[in-house]
Design a protein around this ligand. Structure first.
Ligand code: GAR
Length: 193
């Protein structure tokens, strides 16, 4: 049986799609389920395009019930990827998937992390502070936003003329290149490959 990944995403899902495409080439690993808290998220269309089952859940489902955990168990999910997922992961999931939940953050943590620091807010803050570089951080997930053990960072130089949108696109390019590879490395460690 393949090693099964579930991807949680709240928005566009461009990272989710890169991960799906990456593991289509790998017979040992399968992206089995997409989960979102946003019924209008474009990631749902990407899931449909690639024939991957997708489920929408509410904030209440996540924090007040075992629905999400039960879904993961029913689908025999081994590993969770947060790809633009904007809610805090509750304790029941962290306990059940200890050291098996990874997140990507669009900045060089610990800078520009924490509650409220997501998506465009991050790139705007980097721009406002005239930073000379930004980048990505991939980390394990714990009960606090953006504080789990870091697995990988990569930086990209910024020019004085870079707008927040340009910063966002430079960072997204790094995410697409490295996130699938770092996930694959972590899974190899778990499988002992
Ligand atoms: C990505 O840049 C990801 O790093 C960020 O949301 C974007 C999702 O893009 N995540 C966070 O800000 C989490 N704090 P996508 O939906 O196109 O993959």
């Amino acid at each position: 049986m393949p090693f099964k990944i579930a991807i949680f995403a709240s928005g566009g899902g461009s990272n989710a799609e890169q991960i799906i495409l990456h593991f289509q080439e790998n017979s040992k690993v399968e992206v089995s389920l997409i989960l979102t808290n946003n019924k209008n998220a474009y990631v749902l269309e990407r899931a449909q395009k690639h024939n991957i089952p997708a489920v929408t859940f509410t904030r209440n489902d996540l924090y007040q019930t075992e629905k999400v955990l039960n879904l993961l168990k029913e689908n025999e999910i081994d590993f969770i990827v947060l790809a633009g997922f904007l809610l805090l992961v509750p304790q029941n999931l962290i306990r059940a998937y200890s050291d098996r939940i990874v997140n990507i953050h669009p900045a060089l943590l610990p800078a520009y992390g924490g509650k409220g620091m997501y998506g465009h807010h991050v790139h705007q803050a980097v721009f406002d502070n005239f930073e000379k570089e930004s980048g990505i951080t991939i980390h394990m997930v714990n009960q606090k936003y953006d504080e789990g053990r870091q697995l990988f960072q990569k930086s990209v130089p910024l020019n004085v003329t870079d707008t927040p949108d340009i910063i966002a696109s430079k960072v997204l390019e790094l995410e697409h290149e490295y996130f699938p590879l770092v996930i694959e490395d972590e899974i190899k460690k778990i499988l002992g490959d």
